[in-house]
Design a protein around this ligand. Structure first.
Ligand code: URA
Ligand code: SF4
Length: 213
């Protein structure tokens, strides 16, 4: 199976999954979104109100801010894969519980394996703890570390920065470091940059080639 097919299969399973209690209150599961060959994968916490309605990650207020942060990193949504540690919305946006995190982990691990990104960016404390255990996010945010066969960078959650304005310059600065960190990661892993796909707007702008005959 290609990586793309694997991701589609995971999304299909997640849509009807009943492995934890979060399925009881979900409207739409949110498997994740983005190209299967993404060099960077973002892992948030869990779907919120709007994500649960639309079945897509980071489409509410945090998502708007994430778009701004991606722009800081010279990236767009089309370049990256975005998902969450739990695929169904915790009621009232409470933290996911340990048993829910464990139940959903196999989907996340399968996504990481299929995409095989050079860099994983964790958004927030819960996603960070998957890779770093109980460290303080205020002490390690923005610092890229090798974890197994790739690099992981813990970042503040965009929602945290929205609620605590003093964090905003810090998260913007962390995202601005990403292009250099990506080059560093590519170099260390001996990987070449993945060619960006032409966006639809670029395709439309391209003039038709004139026939000479
Ligand atoms: N917050 C998250 O952690 N994930 C989303 O998809 C939306 C908001
Ligand atoms: Fe299944 Fe994960 Fe949804 Fe729980 S949160 S029901 S494990 S997809």
């Amino acid at each position: 199976m290609s990586a793309e097919q694997t991701l589609a299969q995971i999304a299909k399973e997640v849509a009807v999954c009943t492995k934890c209690a979060l399925h009881e209150s979900r409207k739409k599961a949110v498997a994740g979104d983005g190209p299967a060959d993404a060099e960077i994968m973002f892992i948030g916490e869990g779907p919120g109100f709007h994500e649960n309605e639309q079945g897509k990650p980071f489409v509410g207020a945090s998502g708007k801010f994430l778009d701004q942060l991606l722009a800081q990193a010279e990236l767009t949504r089309e370049d990256v894969f975005i998902c969450n540690v739990v695929k169904c919305r915790p009621p009232s946006n409470r933290d996911p519980q340990q048993d829910e995190l464990e139940a959903c982990d196999s989907y996340l691990q399968a996504q990481i394996e299929a995409i095989n990104p050079s860099i994983i960016v964790t958004l927030g404390r819960i996603s960070m703890s998957k890779f770093f255990g109980n460290v303080k996010i205020s002490a390690v945010h923005g610092q890229m570390q090798k974890v197994g066969e790739r690099f992981v960078i813990p970042m503040f959650h965009p929602a945290a920065a929205l609620h605590q304005p003093p964090l905003k310059p810090s998260i913007l600065a962390d995202f601005a470091k990403l292009p250099n960190q990506l080059n560093e990661a590519r170099h260390a892993l001996g990987r070449k940059a993945v060619k960006k796909k032409e966006s639809n707007s670029q395709k439309l702008e391209k003039p038709k080639q004139m026939s000479l005959f």
